[in-house]
Design a protein around this ligand. Structure first.
Ligand SMILES: CCCCCCCCCCCCC/C=C/[C@@H](O)[C@H](CO)NC(=O)CCCCCCCCCCCCCCC
Ligand SMILES: Nc1ncnc2c1ncn2[C@@H]1O[C@H](COP(=O)(O)OP(=O)(O)OP(=O)(O)O)[C@@H](O)[C@H]1O
Ligand SMILES: [Ca+2]
Length: 531
């Protein structure tokens, strides 16, 4: 909390309790005794001089006063379930000079908030999710950015990869951040554009799976308008455009792990949420044909894929993440100011100091697992989303330099359903004999098909997807590979090599805040004052 200059206690009367801008002044209450409610400066959105019109002034005891001077403080009001709203409170007094002093002092304090963005580049996908991206931005987000004096260059995308390609052309360094309005796919595009641009400008070859990538310090803001919005939900705690806009305005910063995916020394993609083979790969592949259904396509394809119950054979090699103290079976989740992520940040800074950018990771032990899997999921974050509020791996960390590798082995449909259901309730989804989970810093996967006979892969691939093993028509084993689902996009190769890059990029977010503390503190009063 900051102290305002002057020492003199100003006699300002606020629209206490009403607190809804000038309209709230219509029925002012007599000045109350000071209330101990606070808004940190870091959560003030803007301060504006407020004009009184005659009608508003013509009230109660204020009627007798010659002229009133006022200002309005717009601030973040925290509501339930991590939702943020812009609220305001208007203060007025008869002393014009005093009023101006307050405005000036508050504006100076806001100027000192150096992490706040002043200029943003915004990409809107008009076709993501329920096709509401443009409307959401114009009606809910743009007015807040303008209130907070943030200037924006807005690009409405005209085709897939428009945002990504554009990020290689524009002068990104003049912006304090890039905002994407859309879903996880849109975020992925912007992330690929920014990370790719950083590597290009630094002469780093993305095709080298061992390269030390250059961190991207230009933050990305996500205004959720997609179908899953898992990255927004997992980093903010809710998928809500106004909440996300406010996190951007106050200049929050959340580092994020990014996994690089390679095949045969060729860069394929980056991933921050889910790399899924088997169940989630098959859902995605099927759902792409049903884009017209909107977000419902995932439920339709999910149900279909569940019924098909395909499993896939292959080998996984992984390097355990020994640098981090956490485990995927922890009861504690990653929250704002997470100690485990902070520890990884320290280790990263030390490594960079010691080895500079040429740091090469030592060849640590590899472990191997062979088997028949219904799903292989690697998640760099919890992957919480409205469908599964605790996510695929509830204890995964946003910025610890590791991913959780979840292996769901062949089991009955009934058991698989029990496993899926646990994503929606409080029971432990890893507490099954057919589910294993490991915290890893890298892994590789090879399907049995490519292991057995590389040359036959092309022939078999040409056959219809979903064709069953001819020898065992009822066994559900699949003679073709599944597809990797990489943050909602399919990969062309089944054999991949994955490496987690600790805190490679940053978001305008602060992680999920502890619920009970905030909600108790903020529900007591509808108005918070710093004065
Ligand atoms: C019985 C109900 C069980 C419900 C189980 C729900 C588990 C949901 C877990 C969601 C995990 C999302 C991970 C995020 C991935 C994103 O990077 C990516 C891009 O947006 N989204 C998807 O790939 C989109 C993935 C969409 C996944 C939808 C899964 C729906 C499964 C439905 C299974 C129905 C079984 C019914 C049996 C009677
Ligand atoms: N103008 C456009 N026309 C067609 N496709 C676009 C356009 N702009 C972006 N895209 C592509 O649309 C894909 C999906 O968009 P987006 O992620 O916003 O929505 P979604 O798929 O409904 O949500 P989610 O990814 O959360 O499931 C992105 O991968 C992006 O490349
Ligand atoms: Ca992680």
């Amino acid at each position: 909390m900051e102290r305002l200059p002057g020492g003199r206690r100003p006699r300002l009367v606020s629209s206490l309790g009403l607190g809804r801008g000038a309209a709230g002044l219509a029925r002012p209450r007599p000045p109350r005794r000071a209330e101990n409610c606070f808004v940190p400066i870091s959560e003030i959105i803007a301060v504006e001089e407020t004009e009184f019109n005659k009608k508003q002034r013509n009230i109660g005891r204020w009627q007798k006063m010659a002229k009133l001077h006022a200002f309005t403080v717009y601030y973040v009001k925290k509501a339930r379930n991590h939702r943020w709203r812009c609220s305001n409170v208007t203060f007025w007094c008869v002393d014009e000079h005093l009023c101006n002093q307050w405005i000036q002092a508050l504006k100076e304090l806001l100027e000192m908030q150096k992490s706040r963005p002043k200029q943003l580049l915004v990409y809107i996908n008009p076709y993501g999710g329920k096709r509401q991206g443009k409307r959401i931005y114009e009606q809910k987000v743009a007015p807040l950015f303008s209130l907070a004096s943030i200037s924006t260059d807005v690009v409405i995308t005209e085709h897939a990869n428009h945002a990504k390609d554009n990020l290689f052309e524009v002068n990104i360094y003049k912006y304090d951040g890039v905002v994407c309005v859309g879903g996880d796919g849109m975020f992925s595009e912007v992330m690929h554009g920014l990370i790719g641009r950083m590597q290009k400008d630094s002469g780093i070859d993305q095709n080298n799976p061992k390269a030390s990538l250059v961190q991207c310090n230009i933050r990305i803001g996500i205004i959720p308008a997609g179908s899953t919005d898992c990255i927004c939900y997992s980093t903010v705690g809710i998928s809500d455009p106004v909440t996300s806009a406010l996190h951007i305005i106050v200049g929050d910063c959340q580092p994020l792990d990014v996994s690089s995916v390679h095949h045969n020394n060729t860069f394929l993609k980056y991933s921050v949420s889910l790399l899924g083979y088997g169940f989630y790969g098959d859902i995605l592949k099927d759902s792409e044909k049903k884009r017209w259904m909107g977000p419902m396509r995932y439920d339709y394809s999910g149900f279909k894929t569940f019924l098909s119950h395909h499993y896939y054979e292959g080998t996984i090699a992984y390097q355990p993440a020994k640098h981090t103290h956490g485990s995927p079976r922890d009861k504690e989740s990653c929250r704002t100011g997470c100690c485990i992520c902070k520890e990884s940040e320290k280790q990263l800074a030390e490594q960079q100091k010691e080895c500079g950018l040429n740091h090469e990771e030592g060849e640590e032990e590899w472990k191997f697992i062979k088997g028949k899997f219904l799903a292989i999921n690697a998640v760099s974050m919890s992957c919480a989303c409205p469908r599964s509020p605790k996510g695929l791996s509830p204890a995964a960390h946003l910025a610890d330099g590791s991913a959780d590798l979840i292996l769901v082995r062949k089991c009955s449909r009934f058991d698989f359903l029990r496993y899926l259901l646990r994503h929606t309730n409080q029971d432990d989804q890893f507490d099954f004999p057919f589910v294993d989970v490991y915290r890893v810093k890298s892994f590789q996967f090879t399907s049995k098909l490519s292991e057995d006979n590389e040359s036959n892969v092309m022939d078999i691939g040409k056959k219809r997807f979903g064709q069953f093993c001819r020898d065992h028509p009822a066994c559900c084993c699949n003679i073709v590979n599944s597809t990797w689902n990489c943050d909602g996009e399919t990969l062309d190769s089944s054999a991949i090599e994955v490496r987690v890059h600790c805190q490679l990029m940053k978001l305008f977010a602060r992680g999920i805040e502890e619920k009970c503390k905030d909600e108790a503190a903020y529900s007591q009063s509808s108005i918070e004052q710093l004065l």
